[in-house]
Design a binder for this molecule. Sequence first.
Ligand code: HEM
Length: 133
Amino acid sequence: MSRRNLLLVKGTLTEDHSQTVATINHYCSNTSACNFRNPMKFIPERWMGDARYADDKRDVLQPFSVGPRNCPGKQFALYNIKLTLAHLLWRFDLKLGGGTENWAVGQRIYNGWIQPGLPVLMEKRPDSTVEER
Ligand code: HEM
């Protein structure tokens, strides 16, 4: 008796040939209204237990990918990002520069993402206790 491997693609069962590669586009899944409420809005509260976003499918967001070839630097990267952000926010107040409202619109993606500069205004926090070096 031969063994059949089945693969579920868009709700349809198909034969799973061992060479099948399943991929998903991060941008589409991360900005789909099927997965997130107000998907194009920057709302940090959606990640902080806000009841209005309780139905968001937060597991969809996988910037480090998943599976056996996912990013081995994930924890290293996350610790560094958190450490860098904490030091930055400890010292400075940040504001987006002018003309950045539509910064994300029309950006091109090839194998990598071509992003223009994002001007950010940094003002030293008056209550920062950190000494200048
Ligand atoms: C924000 C930071 C980072 C992001 C978003 C990121 C994301 C990714 C993604 C999406 C992949 C592809 C996984 C796949 O093909 O399915 C990958 C692979 C990889 N990443 Fe990262 N990465 C980050 C930082 C790092 C760092 C800091 C290191 C090393 C210290 C690292 C090392 C690697 C390596 C070696 C692979 C190839 C793994 C393989 O092909 O088996 N990454 N990363």
